[in-house]
Design a protein around this ligand. Structure first.
Ligand code: D41
Length: 738
């Protein structure tokens, strides 16, 4: 019983087409058809295969997850050993490598090296016979690995059949299997949702995923491959260069690193390495260095091998980003908002290129979740220029006298009570500006560049001023005299005079800066400017009430009224509107607002549901319940008003931020977003746009009118293109500013 020839042909044509689209997508990174079309083809093939099961072949694109779970992996002997790589940890060691290469080759000429990032994944061997994937094996010890064929077949970027022509009868491709950072994050989110333990890093996640006995599990993991070399080749000559081999492999349908490049001589290698180090964080996969390989295969053969590594290749490693060390103690630091951050005092360790002796533990939730104790051996991580952090502890190395980390009941700086609302990760000192730590941070913030911009008032100086009780709040800064300042450490007459002048100069400011400088929790630079623009004066902002900022709609009012009237049936004066049980969905700030308007429950109930509805007074975009409460509460507190009054008496002033009605506002009503590198600071353009009546937002949405994209614009540009937002370059922006 044979299937009609036309059906056979149709099945084969569909498979070829699907394989080709995979190649466009995974290898060329240039898909030719939308996902929907690809899915349609795959479904058409599945339908035919269901109708004619005898046509199913193991290399059909529908057969990636076919096999049943294994009991264990079989051993695979590598016919050609999978070598390891020597490392160079400095520029000098890389130069030494090149010198050895040229000495062996007896040449003074520069060597051409193929360079590519060193992926932090797992080495794999993929064996193709007659163009069909027949085996996938881990590197193991280089001579013997594990047969993970079932699992590599599920990785979408690994072709089950080679495409194109001219491939050898036997082709063993070697490469690195890895998990992109985005996929890793999504996987960990899924793990947490399912109540399973998240993976420590993408490498562990990739290793764990590849070593699954059930290929259906591997199939769900976002693994991918870059090929980096060839092993056994039978029946067809390859190129005489490594880069040529990589080009062939790519034509046959296997992905290679898009970063692969050629560097002639050491200076070019150093440039490549530095460039890659700078781009490291921007790549969507973890790399731990750059691999350099002599490109000429003839030279490779003359150089040969030592022990288990080729003499013609080297991995120039980045400084390690993770190291092991011991937590000697945990202390708590108090920030501007009183937040207590647990900080681990570590046995000093060299990581990410510097010696680290302190690392953040973020917050108590993190400490508890990771069960980190004093005395534990922990992994510290320092990536790029971010603050070093403790990633996790190694409980198996925990000494018997390890002590748990305990949140202090009192602020270690001022002794005020520490408050950690139930269910919250962050504990705070309740001392406010009474707490010297909060005072210092508040004053540093006040003086900072985007706030009052007091030049010369650095962190160290603020600390001295607070410690010597010369300054208790920002307003005290303006009472400082040259004589007082000159008496401080590292302050001469000259710098004291300069600072007094800078303080004087800072008094001329803008309302937006002033509001930002006050350090109201949740009011960033953008919100401060919005408030200034929308309200126009400090008085108008101080006068804001909760009901001006928060809207209660008629539908909400009805259900709120119903709940309150059932709850408050006794009609007794409550003095407070307390939330009835079952009103959890209602934001507590709404109740605060009602309490303000109706001190007695009776009054509230007398008004009926209509009485609860409040007109949207001066609603400000971006001010939700939480922020509204913070703004209103801030200005209601006597000590804050006192500081503001003192600042104003000291002469702090600003022009009316409301645009002069007569000034032209040609960009009124338009919203801009700025991204990428422009020839001037983004703040410069922002000011020009605001002056002309435009709004400047931080992220692209459907409300954005223009995205101004400078050099190296990233995700915002992609988003704008997706949403069809108009994109301007710097020139286009300048034209619109004219
Ligand atoms: O990206 C990598 N991790 C990588 C590993 C790479 N780009 N190239 C490599 N080249 C080799 C030789 C030169 C031996 C063919 C390697 C590795 N080896 C390797 N990976 C694990 C052990 C050795």
């Amino acid at each position: 019983m044979s299937v009609d020839k036309s059906v056979r042909e149709r099945v084969e044509a569909l498979r070829r087409e699907i394989d080709y689209h995979n190649y466009r997508y995974y290898v060329l990174d240039d898909p030719q058809v939308p996902d929907a079309e690809y899915d349609r083809l795959l479904r058409a093939l599945q339908d035919l295969e269901r109708q004619y099961p005898e046509l199913i072949t193991p290399d059909s694109p529908t057969q990636r997850v076919g096999a049943r779970p294994l009991d264990s992996f079989a051993e695979v002997a590598h016919r050609i050993p999978m070598l390891s790589l020597d490392n160079a940890f400095s520029d000098e060691e890389l130069d030494d490598f090149d010198r050895r290469v040229r000495e062996r080759l007896k040449t003074d000429a520069s060597i051409v090296y193929a360079a590519e990032p060193k992926l932090d994944g797992l080495a794999i061997s993929l064996r193709y016979e007659q163009g069909r994937l027949v085996q996938g094996a881990t590197r193991g010890d280089g001579h013997h690995g594990e047969d993970v064929t079932q699992n590599v077949r599920t990785i979408p970027s690994i072709p089950l059949r080679l495409i194109g022509e001219g491939w050898p009868e036997v082709l063993e491709v070697r490469g690195e299997i890895f998990m992109p950072k985005k996929g890793f994050e999504a996987l960990n989110r899924r793990q947490l949702e399912r109540g399973e333990k998240p993976f420590a890093n993408p490498r562990n996640a990739a290793a764990g995923s590849l070593r699954q006995l059930d290929p259906r599990v591997t199939a769900e993991r976002p693994l991918t491959l870059f090929s980096y070399g060839v092993g056994e080749v039978v029946g067809h000559p390859m190129s005489d260069t490594h880069s040529g081999n990589m080009a062939l492999i790519r034509e046959w349908g296997l992905p290679i690193s898009p970063e692969l490049g050629l560097c002639e001589g050491m200076p070019a290698c150093h440039v490549y390495f530095d460039r890659m180090a700078a781009r490291r964080d921007a790549l969507d996969y973890d790399i731990d260095g750059v691999v350099f390989k002599v490109d000429d295969i003839g030279l490779q053969e003359r150089l040969g091998y030592v022990a288990r590594a080729p003499r013609w290749a080297i991995a120039r490693k980045f400084p390690a980003q993770e190291e092991l060390t011991v937590v000697e103690d945990v202390e708590f630091q108090v920030g501007r908002t009183g937040a207590l951050t647990p900080v681990a005092r570590l046995k000093p360790v060299f990581v990410g290129g510097v010696t680290v002796s302190n690392a953040t533990l973020h917050n108590m939730d993190e400490v508890e979740r990771e069960d980190i104790r004093i005395g534990d051996t922990v992994i510290v991580r320092r990536a790029g220029d971010v603050i070093p952090e403790v990633v996790r502890s190694l409980p198996e190395r925990r000494p018997s006298d390890a002590r748990p980390v305990i949140l202090p009941a009192h602020c270690p700086v001022c002794g005020s009570a520490v408050i950690r609302p139930e269910g919250e990760a962050i504990a705070r000192c309740s001392g406010g500006l009474y707490c010297p730590a909060q005072r210092k941070e508040a004053i540093k913030h006040f003086a900072s560049r985007k706030a009052m911009d007091i030049e010369g008032l650095g962190d160290k100086l603020v600390e001295q001023l607070v410690e010597r009780d010369l300054v208790a709040n920002p307003a005290d800064l303006y009472a400082l005299t040259k004589e007082q300042l000159a008496g401080l450490e590292r302050m001469g007459e000259k710098s004291a005079a300069n600072l007094v002048a800078a303080l004087e100069q800072s008094k001329e400011t803008t309302l937006g800066r002033f509001l930002f400088a006050l350090g109201i929790l949740g009011i960033g630079e953008t919100m401060a400017n919005t408030l200034a623009q929308e309200r126009g004066s400090l008085e108008a902002i101080e006068a804001l009430r909760l009901q001006d900022l928060i809207e209660i709609k008629a539908s909400q009012a009805r259900s709120l009224f119903k709940a309150l009237s059932e709850y408050g049936a006794g009609d007794t004066p409550t003095g407070r509107v307390t939330p009835p049980p079952g009103l959890k969905w209602y934001h507590p700030v709404h109740l605060l607002m009602l309490e303000e308007r109706f001190p007695l429950l009776r009054g509230l109930l007398a008004g009926g549901p209509k009485g609860l509805v409040n007109e949207p007074g001066v609603r400000i975009e971006g001010v939700g319940e939480v922020l509204a409460e913070k703004i209103v509460t801030f200005f209601r507190q006597a000590h804050n008003r006192e500081v503001i009054d003192k600042l104003l008496s000291a002469g702090v002033h600003w022009p009316d931020p409301r645009p002069d009605a007569s000034a032209p506002r040609p960009l009124q009503g338009l919203t801009f977003v700025l991204t990428g590198k422009l020839s001037q600071a983004r703040d410069h353009y922002k000011a020009l746009l605001l002056e002309r009546g435009a709004k400047v937002a931080g992220s692209v949405s459907k409300n954005t009118d223009y995205l101004v994209a400078g050099e190296a614009a990233g995700s915002k540009l992609t988003k704008a293109q997706q949403l069809g937002v108009k994109v301007l370059d710097e020139q286009g922006l300048l034209e619109r500013l004219k």
